[in-house]
Design a protein around this ligand. Sequence first.
Ligand code: GDP
Length: 470
Amino acid sequence: NDIADGLLRGVEDAQAGLREALFDPVIRLGVTGLSRSGKTVFITSLVANLMERGRMPQLRAAADERITTAYLQPQPDDAVPRFAFEDHLTALTGPEPHWPESTRAISQLRLSLKVRRGNWVTGLGGPRTVHLDIVDYPGEWLLDLPLMEKSFRQWSDEVLAAARDPVRAEHAAPWLAALEEADPARKLDEPEAQRLAAAFTDYLGRMRAAGLSGFAPGRFLMPGDLAGSPALTFAPLPAGATPSGSLAKEFARRFEAYKRLVVKPFFRDHFARIDRQVVLVDALGAIHAGPPAVEDLRVAMTNILEAFRPGPNSWLSAILGKRVERILFAATKADHLHHSQHAALTAIMEALLADAKRRADFKGAQTQALAIAAIRATVEQELAHQGAKLPVVRGRLEDSGKEAALHPGDLPSDPSALLVPARKGAAEWLDEGYSVMRFAPPVLSRAPGEGPPHIRLDRAAEFLIGDRLL
Ligand code: GDP
């Protein structure tokens, strides 16, 4: 049955491929990043700015006025929820602007662009339509990929070892205490299973709150529509006897079910079809959280690159039809910094990317690192401070609604300082100032034809899709 399904899908894919070659080209743009990295805000602002194009000078097709119209269309995939673009745009640009609801699961949106081809002086070729299919999915789901190669035993051993690491031990204590009380060799008892899974999920949540990431299973924190299902009700266990009918036996079985029913379908049905990918990274948040969080970010970036270029013998390379051509790592929320610090942020992202590329032994796709703000919530200012001028950003605070001008602290000018794990004294970067910076979206007074204000969103668009609009 699987084989028949596969064959049928193959035929359908081939037909779709043919249609695309003969008719309108389609770009499938994946947008991912860990929770709160800014995916929802990015997609909403990108689509709004592609529809208006008044603030996209670095996107060549827009600057040359070769995009004549851009409009939303029903997406081709009937089984994937639609990205709630209109709701999110209303939240951001209504009379009382507020941040939209964040990504919880996969969603999709099709934006169609009518593009005048080539040089419009010679008028080569008529206008054509390029479909941009944007696929939004939680970055947590990508972190599941390494699970595919692991047994329940291997995975449990690794997670338990990591939980004893001094950086994590404090967060792991309640879960490990719950584990102490359990007897995995005893007959499965569902409330007990749920208690262990909940304690483990709580540990993952605590790590995320501390700025640490990089831990599978991704659906434990981002369950989508699977919350509460048996495939998500398991947890790592120490080595021991696994009699049939026991909790230990059942958890090992559920771990395999998770791989088969959750991880594999996501990679096969969605991930494998992406052409271009943007990975959003809350780099400022990680720098603020301290060196372990930055180290975690570096590891996560390495894992992500490996997912996009798996080794020739992995199961993933067998299902990857076409390979992703461009990957952008974008540090988001750059509007928290005065532009005098943007170069330092870009340099940090570039250093992290170079390091991840080296470790992943990455070849093939084009990559770029960029510092952006999908929505610019601040304006810049210089304040007199102890006889010098202090560059600050001013915005409306989310909690109080009051205006505030803040200096988040200074990024290190030498990015290599950040790459040394556990460097002492690192907490001096982005200190007090940064922790109070929770700006609301700006109240907009937009001219007709202008999308929401941003920083370098047009550069991001040029790298991701510019070549396909020529
Ligand atoms: P998601 O979980 O990846 O979908 O993240 P969201 O797009 O919902 O963004 C999470 C939060 O980050 C938002 O609620 C905002 O507080 C903040 N944020 C995202 N993008 C920006 C930005 O460009 N500028 C600023 N100042 N804040 C942003």
